[in-house]
Write a new protein. Structure first.
Length: 350
């Protein structure tokens, strides 16, 4: 049997959630956790244990929560909404197995990463297995759901490929990925990576919830657009936390992006500086940082740089765009909760 899937994140973590809505969504999250335990199980004990490793470690369960909340804008969650939530969460978990191999990360959710625990080859294969499991669950929701899952998977992979190829080299192959942060092309290219590698799956989470929760087509489109922007804010917050957090509080290895030489938004803003005092920071962030002492120095310098404030302000602007989209929906407790969710995600970057 697989390791037990940890309890879902309490809906009370979203400030101001209506009590009745909170109870319904909490029940839905319990149903999602039970269904995940069922579909991740495997007759081979090792495969079962490895497949459930990250699920058992917990996590925010942000995507299934969003699926359930979006369904509540319509008629509420049901078995199809639960399966949709399981499908997006398994797709997310599968991507984490692959991400940790690419990042050579040691920690994920406060425990050993899958690659550290099982080795790179097994971690990749377990990720593939979970992608297959997600597809099997989604297949039960019909051809349209399968098409959406496939398109989402393509965007996720394309965004991850572009992100992986992005470096801070002084003369990269793609100027659009490395230019001045004041250059609209550079920021646009960076935000498109985030929209693809993170926003696409979060958008699909809300889209599925709205679809299978009985929302009309216009509401489905609005919630999909809202959630893609929410996903960009979510990733911007993660990128800021990669600089600002400590391993003992975040459960992740800080400085992963800097170590790999990825041009996240704080670094793009830092690279616009002409202040001689920033010369050392610019030198350190020209490419991958292999020396642990150099990485610690780069983190310290970037944490104190105004570029962090500029990146946080950018995240706040995208969060505002998400909130404005919700203004077109009838006010309900579910819409209020979705608006509060934007606030909670944005505050992670503060």
């Amino acid at each position: 049997m697989t390791a037990p899937v940890s309890p879902a994140v309490p809906v009370a973590s979203i400030p101001g959630v209506d009590d009745a809505l909170q109870a319904r969504v909490a029940d839905g999250m319990t149903a999602v956790a039970a269904r995940m335990l069922e579909v991740v199980d495997h007759h081979d004990p090792f495969i079962a244990e490895a497949s459930g490793h990250l699920a058992a470690a917990g996590g925010k369960r942000f995507r299934p929560l969003l699926t359930l909340l979006a369904s509540e804008v319509g008629s509420g969650w049901n078995d199809r909404v639960v399966d949709a939530a399981v499908g997006v969460e398994l797709t997310h978990l599968a991507s984490l197995y692959h991400d940790d191999v690419m990042d050579e990360a040691d920690l994920r959710r406060g425990v050993d990463s899958a690659n550290a625990r099982y080795g790179n080859a097994t971690a990749i294969l377990i990720g593939d297995l979970l992608f297959g499991t997600a597809s099997s669950v989604v297949a039960g929701l019909g051809a349209e759901a399968v098409r959406i899952q496939a398109e989402t998977f393509v965007r996720l992979c394309a965004g991850q490929i572009r992100d992986d190829r992005q470096t801070l080299d002084a003369a990269p192959a793609s100027a659009a990925l490395a230019g001045d942060a004041d250059d609209p092309a550079a920021v646009t290219a960076y935000l498109q990576i985030l929209a693809d590698k993170t926003g696409a799956l979060i958008a699909t989470s809300a889209r599925y919830g709205a679809m299978f929760g009985g929302c009309d087509a216009a509401t489905v489109r609005t919630l999909t657009d809202y959630a893609e922007r929410l996903g960009v804010v979510f990733q911007l917050a993660d990128d800021l936390l990669d600089v600002a957090s400590q391993a003992d509080t975040s459960g992740k290895t800080p400085g992963t992006d800097l170590r790999e030489g990825k041009a996240t938004l704080p670094v793009l803003y830092a690279r616009t500086s002409t202040d001689p005092a920033d010369a050392r920071l610019l030198e350190l962030t020209r490419g991958p940082i292999e020396d642990p002492d150099d990485l610690a120095e780069a983190l310290e310098l970037l944490r104190g740089h105004r570029a962090m404030g500029q990146a946080r302000a950018h995240a706040a602007r995208v969060a505002d765009e998400a909130r404005v989209l919700l203004d077109g929906l009838d006010p309900t407790p579910a819409v209020d909760a979705l608006r509060a969710l934007v606030d909670g995600v944005a505050e992670r970057s503060v």
